[in-house]
Design a protein around this ligand. Structure first.
Ligand code: SF4
Length: 144
């Protein structure tokens, strides 16, 4: 996929803002747990990992009035990106701009994959870094 040079301001308008958690030394992206395809169903099952989901507690719960709208805006951007190649190219380019020169990036401190086309978008972001060997981004947290 061709990466279009996009300013960080425009990238935020396309993708939404990134997040920063204390657990990892890097920026991340956060989606609403309500959109977790399997996780939202698993959350109804006592004892499952999603039943005690960290992204529904603590900081996320305390500041949910600010956090949830931003998460749903990011989800909206992801869903639009899965709709057609033009939107996909804009989202991937926007994420590349937002991640920038950072050595690490965490996919989904909250929320999860929406499907195969979402995974393909993430893979395109990662691939953009391996193409010119400028950085070694990890994809290990794509699938939780
Ligand atoms: S964020 Fe992760 S742990 Fe939480 S409900 Fe979604 S899939 Fe489950």
């Amino acid at each position: 996929m061709r990466i279009i040079p996009i300013s960080k301001i425009d990238a935020k308008a396309i993708c939404g803002t990134l997040t920063q958690t204390s657990k990892m030394p890097c920026k991340s992206i956060s989606l609403p747990t309500e959109s977790c395809v399997t996780g939202f169903r698993m959350a109804q099952i006592e004892g499952s990992i999603c039943h005690s989901c960290y992204a529904n507690k603590g900081f996320y719960r305390t500041y949910e009035t600010a956090i949830k709208p931003a998460q749903f805006a990011r989800l909206d951007a992801v869903m639009q990106a899965t709709e057609n190649p033009e939107n996909a190219s804009l989202w991937v380019s926007g994420m590349v701009s937002l991640i920038g020169q950072d050595k690490y990036f965490r996919w989904h401190d909250s929320g999860d994959l929406q499907g195969l086309s979402h995974l393909e978008l993430i893979a395109s972001v990662c691939h953009s870094y391996t193409e010119d060997n400028a950085f070694d981004k990890t994809i290990s947290n794509v699938i939780k």
